[in-house]
Design a protein around this ligand. Structure first.
Ligand SMILES: Nc1ncnc2c1ncn2[C@@H]1O[C@H](COP(=O)(O)OP(=O)(O)OP(=O)(O)O)[C@@H](O)[C@H]1O
Ligand SMILES: [Mg+2]
Length: 253
């Protein structure tokens, strides 16, 4: 069982840009008292409440919990798609609360890789172009980045499909493109929301093997899932309930 708060280690910290320091040096993503409240007329929905946690470099976590427990809200905040209504968020040493929208999208492109249930590829672009989309937003495509895109396509088993459009690929192949795209900027944090939810069990197992390989290479991966068998193969399991941490376990029991 891991303590999610750990306020005591606050003194031994590397400097961060803006705001107070996060609690540990090895944290890729730190949440401190984070809340996300939606106001619906006179009603308030606390999708996340007083949420404090450190995701450290190289960790592989599954995030589980019943429908409405706050998993996507958490992932959206971690992914800088949404902002907290309370508390502080630090990503790759940056105090996210202090960033304006331009700085936020730049940080998003540089520090985060997203993998979605429905792949979210651009239909008009081929495999290589889809993989290079985050590079395009960042500094434009060069011969170096094209070579990197091709190496990643090969890495995920799509070297023979570079000029295929998404509609000319299977679901598993589309998700491989999305994984290569998530890796192209070598992000500090990879976020996946139900990444295998649309795939048959054999293809899902292949995608999970790929995540295992990435984890073994030192990538930091957070995977939202409803599937207990996926929760069993990640090294950390974070269980949410009503926007709070119900349980956090790390290491193979
Ligand atoms: N845009 C919104 N406006 C109002 N309430 C919202 C909004 N988005 C989410 N909520 C509420 O916040 C809570 C958490 O939602 P969230 O989408 O994070 O759940 P989840 O754990 O991802 O669920 P699921 O497993 O169904 O995807 C829910 O009670 C939901 O109704
Ligand atoms: Mg969700």
């Amino acid at each position: 069982m891991r303590n999610a708060s750990g306020e005591s280690s606050a003194s031994a910290l590397s400097p961060v840009v803006g705001g107070p320091a996060p609690l540990t040096e090895t944290s890729v993503a730190s949440l401190r008292g984070v809340g996300r409240t939606y106001t619906m007329g006179t009603n308030q929905v606390h999708a996340l409440a007083d949420f404090s946690f450190d995701f450290k470099a190289g960790e592989y976590w599954s995030i589980m919990g019943s429908s409405g427990s706050g998993k996507s809200t958490l992932l959206n905040i971690l992914g800088c798609i949404d902002r907290p209504t309370a508390g502080d968020y630090y990503l790759a040493g940056q105090h996210v609360n202090s960033l304006d929208d331009d700085e936020l999208s730049s940080l998003r492109g540089q520090a985060l890789g997203f993998i979605f249930q429905s792949y979210n590829l651009i239909p008009q672009l081929n495999v290589l172009e889809n993989i290079l989309v985050p590079v395009l937003y960042r500094d434009g495509v060069s011969s170096t980045s094209t070579a990197r895109g091709m190496a990643l396509a090969e890495r995920v088993g799509l070297a023979e499909r570079l000029d295929h459009r998404p509609s000319e690929l299977s679901g598993g192949q589309q998700q491989r493109v999305a994984i290569a795209r998530a890796l192209v900027n070598d992000p500090a944090l990879i976020l996946a929301d139900e990444a295998t939810g649309n795939l048959d069990s054999q293809t899902a197992a292949e995608i999970l093997d790929l995540f295992d390989e990435l984890h073994a290479e030192g990538k930091t991966i957070l995977l939202v899932t409803h599937e207990p068998h996926i929760g069993e193969r990640t090294e950390g399991r974070l269980q949410l309930k009503d926007g709070q941490i119900a349980d956090a376990r790390h290491g193979r029991a």
